[in-house]
Ligand binder design. Structure first.
Ligand SMILES: C[S@@+](CC[C@H](N)C(=O)[O-])C[C@H]1O[C@@H](n2cnc3c(N)ncnc32)[C@H](O)[C@@H]1O
Length: 311
């Protein structure tokens, strides 16, 4: 059955946009630790780049984010309104202008995106902005500066992005996926026992971004609502790094199974995001894979051996 977990992944499907907290490197870890029959919906209230949902590839899904641009792009691909050929033609045209005009063209596209919300401009910005960050100011405007590479959209890079869009379009064929924009609470209102809810909220108190504000009260509310759901639930959250450990987990998720994994974040503006981070996957009891069943590589934290190309 599509979407059935646990499953091992040899090559992770990489989405065409990047975002803070993207779980590309954690996909195999998530997919091998969760047990789910795949009959209901895979529900993600905090979709972000979508990398987890796309790799699970469930037949039925509800994919939600408060950021409308993420959802519009993916809904467009799902509905066949944004097709790989069109993405290639767009990036070739805009890439040529970027090469000719330099950073003024990047800022022209950014200004146009902030006026129109065009999904292809969103994709362009995600791939040409500094450090692959996705950040919006207090007025909800994309405000990341240029990566300073006017030749960003060379032929192989465009081909890579087009192939990522094509892989998604192919993957979405025949799937019954509902894309929604909104707060996580609305997304969790009609959950059924056979669904599985995967939660990956923003880091508490870390972001000042328009779409990433998240504080203790919000996190506690999510823990309460999630733990009252009639189905399987898993939450991704940092556990500890060299500087501190996450007390929220101990206080709000006791009784849940905790699996951990160390990795590095490469997208991040602050120094502590560049240190190794111990990530936790907190799973509702009964929906975890027994440790005895896990592959050695997972237990030894050797996930880097798996193929993850995430640029
Ligand atoms: C850590 S990211 C998710 C990353 C994703 N799992 C990935 O691998 O790319 C958190 C996401 O939650 C979204 N978000 C923030 N506040 C939200 C809210 N109140 N309701 C729904 N989504 C929200 C953000 O826009 C962001 O895309």
């Amino acid at each position: 059955m599509t979407g059935c977990l646990p499953r091992s992944v040899k090559k992770v499907i990489v989405p065409p946009i990047k975002c803070q907290g993207i779980k590309t490197k954690l996909v195999p870890f998530v997919m091998q630790n969760i047990r789910w029959g795949g009959r209901g919906r895979w529900i993600e209230p905090f979709l972000g780049s979508g990398v987890v949902a796309f790799n699970v590839g469930a037949k039925y899904a509800r994919l939600n984010d408060i950021n409308p641009y993420i959802i519009e792009l993916y809904r467009g691909i799902y509905l066949g309104q944004i097709i790989p050929k069109q993405v290639g033609a767009y990036l070739e045209a805009e890439g040529a202008k970027l090469l000719k005009l330099g950073e003024s063209h990047y800022y022209h596209v950014r200004e146009r995106f902030n006026r129109t919300g065009d999904p292809l401009d969103f994709l362009f910005l995600s791939r040409a902005c500094f450090n692959g960050l996705m950040r919006f100011n207090a007025n909800g405007e994309f405000n990341v500066p240029f990566c300073r590479k006017p030749d960003r959209f060379r032929k192989p890079y465009i081909t890579k992005i087009v192939n990522q869009v094509r892989a998604l379009a192919n993957l979405m064929q025949g799937k019954e996926w509902r894309f929604t924009v909104g707060d996580w609470r609305a997304c969790l209102q009609d959950v059924e026992p056979e669904d599985f809810v995967y939660l990956d909220p923003p880091y508490i108190g870390r972001h000042t971004d328009y779409y990433q504000s998240w504080d203790d009260a919000e996190a506690e509310d999510l823990a309460k609502v999630a733990q009252s759901l009639p189905c399987g639930v898993a939450l991704s959250m940092w556990k500890q790094n060299a500087f501190r450990s996450n007390l929220h987990l101990e206080r709000n998720w006791s009784g849940y199974v905790v699996r951990t994994f160390k990795h590095f974040y490469h997208i991040g503006s602050t120094e502590d995001l560049r240190h190794p981070m111990e990530e936790a996957l907190v799973i509702k009891p009964g929906y975890e894979v027994e440790e005895a069943e896990l592959p050695r590589s997972l237990l030894d934290n050797q996930m880097s051996l798996l193929l993850v190309a995430d640029d």
